[in-house]
Design a protein around this ligand. Structure first.
Ligand code: F6R
Length: 613
């Protein structure tokens, strides 16, 4: 939540910062602002509204500085307003700061600063930071650049919560300091330029070489230099990581919206995630994992922990891991897992799934599991993201940058990766016949082709979207693994179309919720698991007889006259069926949102990366 971008180089900073902000808008878009180092001190231009509003501000034209910081906000403390927008400055306007995260002890710090004569102009938690830096800078009486660094360090050690910060000062017109704790931040580097951003895609068009900061590592930047320090301000050695993603992967490339582009990228995302790891003639190859037969045989429980869509992928993963490996799997929402005193020990393996790798609750749950003796395995789409740095082991989906707030290609890539992991475990455990394993592998390899075939339902879905886009409530049903797809379909619909929707285990409906079904209500059912199809059809009959309109997504033959609309999709094995069945539901949510004229990529109240708890 909130996007921050920074530039330090030889060109005018402002245009570069504005481009960066527009690429980060998916992280928050209620206000935006910029501060640059100008000849006469620090500039500050900010306002409520989107980046476009900032771009049209006449003050922007006047900014010539080659060092600057910028911010696009998702409000946490204080409503969207000019005063609450970032950057924030200290009372003497010596330091400008942008912040992503939450300062939990800001009340206490604000009181302390007020007692020391500081005034506050905003309701934000962030405004304590520039004032605290000023407080320590004055107190430490070291006016060198080392004193600047020390003041930032002292400030950060006083903060509780999460933060990614960029700080500039009129006293140090060649420098910028950046630091992070539990919030994302990367530093892109070229010969005489440094680009700082909340995520890699926003600055991919400038460089593919990045420094990745660990918690509470401080970077003191000049255009030609990057020095790194630990909390004792000892200099530390840091190497760059090269990122494979291309800049065009972060652009719409002719599509109206990122979401549609990302839906259509799913065959490639799956192909890239499978990579060379799956082949019929050799064992599944996860070189980065070092699991042994002895370790896996002794595991009593696997936890899969994630949030939102990633958690839905985990539910699909539970199915295949339990069936192939015969190890019990518990799937939990990260924000619940943390607070329910879970039973974890060295005989538990904990798997954490996060597209961004920066979700605050998932990171906190990972730290808890690790501290309780469990081995931790991270699944992320972002190389070097926080969860991958915290976990004992990491594996990656190779979906490419996912920009739309609603997750699509990351979800299907996560489901395929969990299937690959199940096969890998099972091959180590030597507990499944070769033909069973080979069948799964073959089906995985066939997925890109089958997803492409599934896209043929686009026009039927578009027509159905036109029929139901004004609905107030939509229900999703499924049994077994189909219920996990129903959950994900329902989430997609509500987040981008703002239609209220619920998903239910089809057999559970009659235990209460069927009371909500009345004439004309839309019920969408997923019927992919052949073993359960008869039972699910009986449940659909129950809603039809109460007047429901029905859409069915299935790969099986059924009496199409029974339903209002049947979307036929290619057949695959049950474990992989969520990857096929979700495609029409992603498209349905997309076309309903378009029909309603909504901003598909940036739905209201949501941000792509949830870095607050
Ligand atoms: C929904 C969606 C969210 C994310 C969730 C976790 O479309 O995108 O539900 O799945 O916020 O995000 P990550 O995977 O980045 O941890």
């Amino acid at each position: 939540m909130c996007g921050i971008v920074g530039y330090i180089g030889t060109k005018k900073a402002c245009p570069i910062l504005l481009v960066g902000l527009s690429r980060l808008e998916y992280r928050g878009y209620d206000s935006a602002g910029i501060s640059t180092i100008e000849k006469d001190g620090l500039s500050l231009v900010k306002d409520k509204g989107r980046v476009k509003v900032l771009e049209s501000n006449q003050e922007i034209e006047k900014l010539d500085g080659t060092i600057g910081i910028a911010h696009t906000r998702w409000a946490t403390h204080g409503k969207p307003s000019k005063e609450n927008s970032h950057p924030h400055q200290d009372n003497s306007k010596t330091f400008s700061v942008v912040h992503n995260g939450i300062i939990e002890n800001y009340h206490e710090l604000r009181n302390m600063l007020e007692q020391n004569g500081y005034n506050f102009l905003s309701q934000t938690d962030t405004e304590v930071i520039p004032n605290l830096i000023h407080y320590y800078f004055t107190k430490n009486q070291d006016s060198s650049v080392h004193g600047f660094l020390q003041a930032v360090r002292d400030c950060c050690l006083s903060l509780k919560g999460s933060f990614a910060l960029e700080i500039i000062s009129k006293l140090f017109p060649e420098n910028m300091i950046v630091v992070r704790k539990d919030s994302p931040l990367v530093i892109g580097t070229c010969e005489d330029e440094k680009y700082i951003s909340s995520d890699i895609p926003a600055i991919l068009s400038y460089t593919r070489d990045f420094y990745l900061l660990n918690d509470l590592e401080f970077a003191l930047l000049k255009n030609t230099e990057a020095k790194f320090y630990d909390t004792d301000l000892n200099e530390i050695d840091k190497r760059t990581s090269s990122i494979e993603w291309t800049a065009t992967a972060s652009e719409k490339n002719g599509y109206d919206d990122f979401m549609l582009k990302e839906i259509y990228e799913q065959p490639t995302a799956i192909r890239e995630t499978l990579g060379a790891k799956i082949s019929l003639n050799s064992k599944c190859n996860f070189d980065e994992l070092k699991f042994t037969k002895e370790y896996l045989s002794n595991i009593e429980k696997i936890y899969i922990i994630a949030c939102g869509t990633a958690m839905h992928a985990g539910l699909a993963g539970k199915n295949v891991i339990e069936k192939l490996c015969r190890i019990p799997v518990e799937v939990d929402i990260a924000s619940e897992f943390r607070y329910r005193d879970p039973i974890i020990n060295e005989k538990t393996l904990s798997i954490f799934i996060s597209q961004s790798g920066e979700t605050a609750d998932t990171i906190a749950a990972l730290k808890l599991a690790k501290a309780s003796g469990s081995k931790t395995l991270a699944i992320s789409n972002v190389i070097g993201s926080s969860i991958t740095r915290e976990a004992d082991y990491s594996i990656y989906t190779h979906a490419g940058p996912e920009i739309a707030v609603a997750s699509t290609k990351a979800y299907t890539s996560q489901v395929v990766l969990l299937n690959m992991l199940a096969v890998y475990f099972s091959e180590i455990l030597e507990n499944q016949p070769l033909d069973v394993i080979n069948k799964i592998k073959q089906e995985m390899l066939d997925l890109p082709k089958k997803i492409t075939k599934t896209f043929k339902c686009k026009n039927e879905i578009k027509a159905f979207a036109k029929k139901i886009y004004q609905e107030k409530d939509v229900f999703f049903l499924g049994r077994g693994i189909d219920e996990t797809v129903a959950k994900e379909g329902s989430l997609k619909l509500k987040e981008i179309s703002y239609i209220h929707s619920e998903s239910y285990a089809a057999g559970e409906l009659k235990h209460g919720s069927i009371a909500l079904i009345e004439n004309g209500v839309t019920v969408i059912s997923v019927l992919m698991d052949k073993a359960l199809i008869e039972k699910s059809i009986s449940n659909i009959q129950e809603v039809i007889s109460r007047g429901a309109k029905t859409l069915v997504v299935t790969s099986h033959d059924c009496d199409e006259n029974m339903f209002d609309k049947v979307i036929k999709v290619p057949d695959t094995i049950t474990y992989l069926s969520p990857i096929i069945a979700i495609i029409p539901l992603q498209l349905l949510a997309y076309y309903i949102s378009k029909e309603k004229g909504l901003d598909v990529d940036k739905p209201r109240n949501l941000a792509k990366s949830v870095t607050v708890e």
